[in-house]
Ligand binder design. Structure first.
Ligand code: PLP
Length: 446
């Protein structure tokens, strides 16, 4: 499927951005020329996926579509139990409703925002145990999404008996779509299991992670993506999945587990929140398209084409000297806004400011993955300025051409060239108490 995209004038964009309170989530899609807000649910489905929609079985219980999905998920992840949900955060909601209690501590390699939200809203604590290498955007290491085993062990020792599970996110979205090595996955599972702590894999981009293992880790070059995926999940106890990413569907998610007790426990929350356990918030036709999407997106050629497009965009930024989280991630380029807008103070949200500037420049909508997203400490209510402040340009799957990448790079270069003229950022006028970045209202300073 293709759709026309619309050009706009600078005057129009200035007006629309002000109306959107300098928050690009509040823009209308038709006010956007190239949309890099997210790669979530924005991919183009294939001919075979569209065909599968026609075969959907909309029976309330026990639909053939569920069994088609379940068979594919079992084949790829090797787990016995699967529950569909309407998207990834719904999978988190269902599983965490069963597992997370007030006061619990849940370590993870940079929890995704909804994951952290589902932990903190239950008055539990999410502790980041990502390797320190991830914090240096200019350092080139192959597996920057890895868990620091030292940090993880410290959390496990200090919170004995109070850690219901650990979240291992592949790829590590928050630090820049950076992969986790097979060795690190295995070592992390072994360490957790030594302390009797199960591992839940947050799996949105598991296939991209498998691609990086194949192309970067010794001993995997000759294995298929499907063989690698199966090995990645061999030691994991459960998984949550946003199928909107590596399932290449517009909506969907699921939980998988090896643990029958967890399966039974999660079912009790699936039924009231999502629906009966063989559809869990999804249509039969969408389960069919998901089964097909999982199959296609665990083939090397599909992943190779996708990740090369992201790397092509990175090569253009290299030409222009624009700093981003290196090496390029699987689904996006994360521009290091702190290093671009060096005159905008932290308190004025440089990455959010850069997001506004890129939109004004060319109608390109990217996304802030920085101090705004990091939100406030749930106890002190202080802004969390300790992490990275990034502008994420996420590339939807099978949507844009390499020519679009050239336009994106040129627009960013124009902003980069005038960076010294940008000295003031934005200030918060209104924010929600949780996951504020979606709805925050800002004003432009200066
Ligand atoms: C997108 C995402 C989620 C949440 O999934 P939704 O489908 O958006 O609800 C959870 N974890 C990671 C790593 C993600 O990228």
């Amino acid at each position: 499927m293709i759709e026309p995209i619309r050009r706009s004038t600078l005057e129009e964009r200035k007006k629309w951005l002000a109306e959107a309170h300098y928050n690009v989530f509040q823009l209308k899609a038709e006010q956007v020329y190239i949309d890099l807000l997210t790669d979530s649910g924005t991919g183009a489905m294939s001919d075979r996926q569209w065909s599968e929609l026609m075969l959907g079985d909309e029976s309330y219980a026990g639909a053939t579509s569920f069994y088609k999905f379940e068979a594919m998920a079992k084949k790829i992840f090797g787990m016995p139990y699967f529950i569909p949900t309407h998207q990834g955060r719904a999978a988190e909601n269902v599983l965490f409703s069963y597992l997370v209690k007030e006061g619990n501590v849940i370590p993870g390699n940079a929890h995704f925002d909804t994951t952290k939200g589902h932990i903190e809203s239950r008055k539990a604590k999410a502790i980041d145990v990502t390797t320190d290498e991830a914090k240096d955007t200019q350092k080139e290491v192959p597996f920057k999404g890895n868990v620091s085993l030292e940090k993880l062990e410290k959390v496990l020792v200090e919170n004995k008996g109070n850690v219901p599970f650990m979240v291992l996110t592949v790829t590590n979205n928050t630090v820049g779509g950076q992969p986790v090595s097979m060795k690190n996955i295995k070592d992390t599972c072994a360490l957790c299991h030594k302390y009797g702590v199960p591992v839940v894999m947050d799996s949105a981009r598991f296939a991209e992670n498998a691609y990086f293992i194949k192309t970067r880790e010794e001993g995997y070059a000759d294995k298929t993506i499907k063989e690698i995926a199966l090995e990645m999940y061999k030691d994991a106890d459960a998984m949550t999945m946003s199928a909107k990413k590596d399932g290449v569907v517009n909506m969907g998610g699921f939980i998988g587990t090896r643990n029958k007790e967890w399966y039974e426990g999660a079912k009790l929350f699936c039924i009231p929140f999502e629906g009966y356990v063989t559809y869990g918030g999804m249509n039969g036709r969408d389960l069919n398209a998901l089964a097909q999407g999982l199959d296609e997106n665990t083939e090397f050629d599909m992943l190779h084409t996708r990740i090369h497009q992201v790397q092509y965009l990175a090569s253009l930024l290299d030409e222009y000297g624009i700093p981003y989280q290196r090496p390029a991630g699987g689904h996006a380029i994360f521009v290091d806004a702190d290093k671009v807008l060096t005159d905008v103070p932290k308190e004025e949200f440089p990455a959010q400011t850069l997001t506004c500037e890129l939109y004004l420049e060319a109608g390109i909508r990217a996304c802030e993955i920085g101090y705004m997203l990091a939100d406030r400490d749930p106890v002190t209510r202080e802004n969390r300025f300790g992490g990275l402040d990034l502008l994420r340009m996420a590339i939807p799957r099978r949507v844009y051409t390499d020519n679009h990448m050239k336009v994106i790079a040129a627009a960013l270069k124009n902003v980069y060239d005038r960076r010294k003229t940008i000295t003031r950022g934005v200030a918060i006028e209104w924010e929600a108490p949780l996951m504020r970045h979606f709805t925050v209202q800002l004003k432009r300073l200066g």
